[in-house]
Each structure stands twice: as C-alpha cells, then as structure tokens.
Write a protein that binds this ligand. Sequence first.
Ligand code: NDP
Ligand code: 2IT
Length: 448
Amino acid sequence: MQEAAKYIEDTYAKILKRDPDQIEFLQAVKEFIGSIEPVFTAHPEFIQQNILEQMIEPERIIQFRIPWMNDQGETKVNRGFRVQFNSANGPYKGGLRFHTSVNQSIVKFLGFEQIFKNSLTGLPIGGGKGGSDFDPKGKSDNEVMRFCQSFMTELQQHIGPDLDVPAGDIGVGAREIGYLYGQYKRLNGSKAGVLTGKPVFLGGSLGRTEATGYGVVYFTDKMLQDTGESFKNKKVVVSGSGNVAIYAIQKVHELGGKVIACSDSDGYIWDPDGIDYTTIKQLKEVERERISEYVQYHPKAYYYEGSIWDIEKEYQVALPCATQNEIDGENAKKMIEKGVIAVAEGANMPSNLDAIAVYQEAQILYAPGKAANAGGVAVSALEMSQNSQRLSWSFEEVDEKLESIMESIYIEVRDTAKTYHMPGNFVVGANIAGFMKIAQSMISQGLV
Ligand code: NDP
Ligand code: 2IT
C-alpha cells in the first residue's frame, strides 16, 4: 500500500473509533477522503504534518441548553450547537439550522463541508455551522422569537464579526435572523457584521435571499454550456420549496428551462405548465403552508405524497435543494432512466455515496453541493464586506459578483479535476481545490 493511501485509511480509522455513531459526519469525511490521495502523494509534507487529522477535528464545539416558554406558558428545552470547525482562512462562517433532526453529527458534517465550500469561494472565511433540534413548524411568531432570544443569549458570547458569523440554513430565514440579531444587539450593541442574511433594513445585503438558488443555477448553466448544452427547453426537477428551491426555480425559468416539480417533506407537486414560483413564495415564505396547497391555485397541477425522486416523468436536470441523503442509489438510477444529464446540489450532501457512484458510472454531469451551493455563503461574505464598510451595493452589483464567483468556482473545480487526470470529476475537483488552500494556510500558520 502506498504511504498516502495508508495515511488516509489510518486517519479515517481513528475518527471512526472516536465517533462511530456520527453517521452523517463519517459519510461527509468518506466522500472527501475518496478524492485526496493524489494530493497527499504529491505533497508528502501534508502527511508529515498530519494535516488530515487536524482538518477533520473541529477546533471547538459548543453545546448548550435553550430553555424557552411556549404560548401556553409551558417551559420547553432544546439543545443548541455551534461547531467552530476551521479558522485558517478567516472567521468561522456558516449557517444555523433549526430542525428536529439536528444533532452533533449533522452540525459536524455541515461544518466540515462548509470549510471547503468557503475555501472555494476564494473569500476570507473559515468554516463553522450550528443550530438546534427546535422545530419552527407550527410555532407562532412569538414562540419563534422567544426561542431565538434564548438561543442567542447563550450563543452571543461565542460569536462576533471577526470571530464567528452565523447565517441561515434549514428553518432559519429572515424572520429568525431578525430575532437573533435583535437579541444580540440588546446584549452587545449594534454590530451588523455578526450575522448575515439579515433583513435589508437591518444591514442585510440585497441579493442574499436569492443567492444560493441563483448560484446553483449559474453553476449548472456554466457546466451545461461547457458541453454545448443549456437550460433552454430543459425540463428540471427541484426538490424542496424553501429558500434555495424558490430562487433556483425562478432562475431556471429566466434561463429558458421549465421546472416541472418541487416538494416539501410530505410530498411533491407536478405542474405541466411549469411551477409558478410566485405561488410557492407566497405559500412558503408568507403563509408557511404545505406544498399540497399549490393545487388549489393551479388546477392542472397534481400533488403526490412521498419522495419527489420517485417522479414518473421525463426530465433532464435535477437540482436537489431540500436536505441530506434525499437521493439514494435507486433514486439516482431512476433519474438516469428518466433522462437526467446533469445533477447539481443546492442542498448539502443530498446524494448519498451510492447515488454519487451511479452518477459517475453513468458519466452524467454532477456538481457536488460544496461547489454548486457556495453562492449563499459567498454573498454572505459580500454582506460582511458591506457591513464593515458601512455601505450597501445594489441588487444588480451583488448579482453580478455572485455570477462571476460561481463561474470562477466552476472553472477552478473543472481545471483541478483535469490537473489530477480526472477530467469531468467535479467531486475530485471540488475536494482538492477546496482542500489545497486550507492545507497551505494551516501549514503557513504553524501548529495552532
Ligand atoms: P428551508 O428551510 O428554507 O427549506 C427546506 C426545504 O427542504 C423545505 O421545503 C423542507 O420541507 C424541505 N426539507 C427539509 N427537511 C426535509 C426532509 N428531511 N425531507 C424532505 N424535505 C425536507 O431551507 P433552505 O432552502 O435554506 O435549505 C435547503 C438546503 O440547502 C439544505 O440542505 C441547506 O443546508 C442547503 N443550503 C442552504 C443555504 C442557504 O443559504 N439557505 C446555502 C447552501 C446550502 P418542509 O417544509 O416540509 O420541512
Ligand atoms: O450551507 C451554507 O452554505 C449555508 N447555509 C449558508 C452559510 C452562510 O454563512 O451564508
């Protein structure tokens, strides 16, 4: 066995022993280390400095209790987390997720992915992630506000504009960020740069709401164009109907494609006329309703219970924008049968390892989340710049910068895959390109 392969295998065995129950985290690490052997072969100093084990172990994990009171006057307790994973490239940066499934494994997998994603943006941000097992669904605005205040009362001592800058993720949008910022400000005074994704009148950036969805479509468009294709007349399936999905749908339509289906955690809708994103926006952002309601407004559409990836329609582009592990090997095979030529991940780790193997075997275009969904965090970093300069850029300026960042990421990922003799393998391209900047940055700072 080569030295690099053995080093990587031994390091994985160590983390498996340390955290055998952290299924999602182990999966994210496994996907990553599957790509990096050629780098360790070319750079023995990375082995000598044990850079992989340093990178896989978070710098710090904070876990805390969040007591809050519901509208009936009952005391509830949730668990909060912040994983400050890697600060080699700048302040910890990454979202907060509020979902019943949140635990240490989930925040660690998300934080680990975030390191490489943030590195790919080329902007000076480290990697972190946090959240809570609180479920905002069905809660009143007042309950969400009290929860956010309690969450921030604890979190505030660990974050800051130059230290750790959270943002949104599943279950955390402008409403939650507003409440979190209000409580931070009450305790620490006005420091807009401590959170991103803020409502615009609190110092948020124009274009941040749209950034992840638009970004994934910009990335996909570049990838399609490189093979002589485009979104024109393509049928597209987008999973989810939240922040990322809504703006992905809007941008696909702007570029001439037709999104025929989208979903929530209960089921999916199919609309032969193409999904009307303004209805989804109203249902999900304003009314906080279920996707099944869509058919009340669009009688030609159908609602089906179950996974969107069971859809029995032909389509060419899949944009998973819901959650981790929503696509398994069987779903991936079905996609190929239905005519899919490109998959680009708006969500983090939506395809499990079997699904990725199916895409690679079928040689379709596949853009992993850490590259394709980096537009959200990239515009978050632009929001940090605007906050520290105390100015705000127009929507068009931000959107232009976003598109150019997504293009640069695409080119870097594509070219890195070629350099390492695996042209078209964007998993390898994203992992290696993201990794190199962090590894070099960590080594240049010595053991810290
Ligand atoms: P939202 O909370 O706005 O929307 C999430 C959507 O996914 C909802 O439609 C939700 O349905 C669905 N969903 C959530 N959990 C599940 C599940 N277990 N099974 C099926 N569907 C599910 O979140 P975002 O749009 O912000 O995030 C979506 C994905 O994109 C996540 O993976 C996130 O990490 C990733 N991401 C987000 C970024 C951002 O800027 N917001 C940036 C980069 C990546 P329901 O309402 O029924 O729960
Ligand atoms: O997964 C992600 O990149 C996000 N949820 C966005 C993070 C951010 O800091 O904007």
